[in-house]
Design a protein around this ligand. Structure first.
Ligand SMILES: *Cc1c(COP(=O)(O)O)cnc(C)c1O
Length: 397
């Protein structure tokens, strides 16, 4: 069991703020500031370049990868950190395409995050081998996995609605027709219990600045199933994925295992912050986290629906069919969210009309949910959002 009152005390939460946006950017673990400061002053400051060896910077992408691996059910030694999620999507997809060379169709759904789709289009163009991206409605994915499909590329939890794909069933369907499955776990890692091994996932990627609380710009992760890794020729063949980077050979030879998915120099300061966040995650029971997340989201939906008939639930009502976020549709959702934020309830907005709230048991409890419901009720019942000050869109929504 995990004591979530104890984990809450491990985060710096701005005074008076109810933070329902840990699905977009997790808050600051209290130890992260000192950890980063120590890395700056004692490691960078005192060890300078010897920090790569003496402070363990070079091994950190694999070490942190293993700690994240526990949360997603990965085999030890098969997850590595680095770059951004968009880059990791590109790498995983490129490797997946190579595993099924005689087919051209990449299947995804319209609920996927645009960057995953853009990176796929860019890769198809770069390859120039006539691949086709087929974008289905989420509910039509299962029925579209046919014999012409090479790769099924899906984000497990829809970033807008929280709709959860059945990872085990869809992976099995992909394997049934000889396709491979690439899973984006951006809104899954740290949100729900994931079992890449049990599901037979071929590849998985995700980011660490959302539910994992690694801080803005924290590196992404990539998992490759052990059965594939030695057959993956890295599409982004950077020197740190080379078998012997410091031999400085002119010929690229991929490193052994997951290390070949490294590209270039890892972000040491970001990894220090993530390391502090993982000190908390190392002790979290994911089944307990999921149970608590479901209780919080059920409480939130019931409270908001009772108080605000003008809001329409955009998330699945069945908790087993959604991740750890709840979204409501409202035509003036942007202004309504700004009015909530002005009252210290922070969620976010996704075009065209989605008010999105993330539920993160590590630092959100039932009292926070009650307070959030009363702020939303006040904003909606009294039309507090109907104010020009809340309608001017900022660059980040
Ligand atoms: C957040 C998110 C991204 C963001 O990618 P970055 O390269 O880290 O900016 C990509 N894909 C999905 C599904 C996401 O939710």
């Amino acid at each position: 069991m995990t004591d979530f009152a104890a984990t809450k005390a491990l985060f710096h939460l701005p005074a008076g703020m109810i933070y329902l946006d840990g699905n977009s950017l997790g808050p600051l673990p209290k130890t992260a500031a000192a950890r980063v400061a120590r890395t700056v002053t004692q490691e960078w400051g005192e060890k300078v370049i010897t920090g790569w060896n003496r402070a363990g910077w070079m091994a950190q992408p694999e070490r942190l990868g293993d700690r994240i691996g526990r949360l997603i059910g990965a085999e030890a030694g098969h997850v590595v950190l680095g770059d951004t999620l968009s880059i990791k999507v590109y790498q995983a997809l490129a490797a997946a395409i190579d595993l099924v060379p005689d087919r051209k169709v990449i299947l995804t759904d319209s609920g996927n995050f645009p960057s995953d789709i853009y990176m796929t289009e860019g890769l198809i163009k770069a390859l120039g081998r006539g691949h086709e991206l087929r974008v289905m409605a989420p509910q039509d994915v299962a029925g579209s996995i046919g014999g012409d499909v090479a790769v099924v590329l899906l984000t497990q939890v829809d970033y807008r609605t929280g709709r959860l794909h059945d990872m085990a069933a869809l992976t099995k369907a992909a394997h049934g027709v000889g396709a491979v499955a690439v899973w984006d776990l951006a809104h899954s890692a740290g949100a729900i219990a994931v079992d890449v091994q049990g599901c037979g996932a071929d590849f998985a990627v995700g980011c660490t600045y959302k539910y994992l609380n690694g801080g803005p710009g924290a590196p992404a992760f990539i998992y490759v199933a052990p059965r594939h890794i030695e057959n993956c020729a890295p599409a982004l063949s950077g020197w740190l994925g080379h078998a012997a980077p410091f031999a400085f050979d002119l010929d690229y030879r991929p490193g052994s295992g997951i290390s070949r998915m490294r590209v270039g120099t890892p972000p040491v300061l970001q990894m220090a912050a993530l390391d502090a966040a993982m000190d908390i995650w190392d002790h979290v029971d994911m089944a307990a986290l999921r149970r608590t997340s479901i209780a919080l989201t059920q409480q939130f939906i019931a409270g908001v629906e009772a108080a605000c008939p003008m809001l329409t639930l955009a998330s699945p009502r069945d908790p087993d069919a959604r991740g750890s976020q709840v979204s409501f549709r409202f035509a003036d959702g942007y202004a309504a969210m700004q009015a909530c934020i002005a009252r210290n309830l922070v969620g976010d907005f996704r075009a065209p009309d989605i008010m999105r709230f993330g539920f993160t048991p590590l630092f959100i409890d039932a009292d926070d949910v009650d307070r959030a419901i009363s702020i939303i009720a006040d904003v909606m019942q009294n039309r507090l959002w109907d104010d020009p000050a809340y309608k001017a869109k900022a660059a980040v929504t």
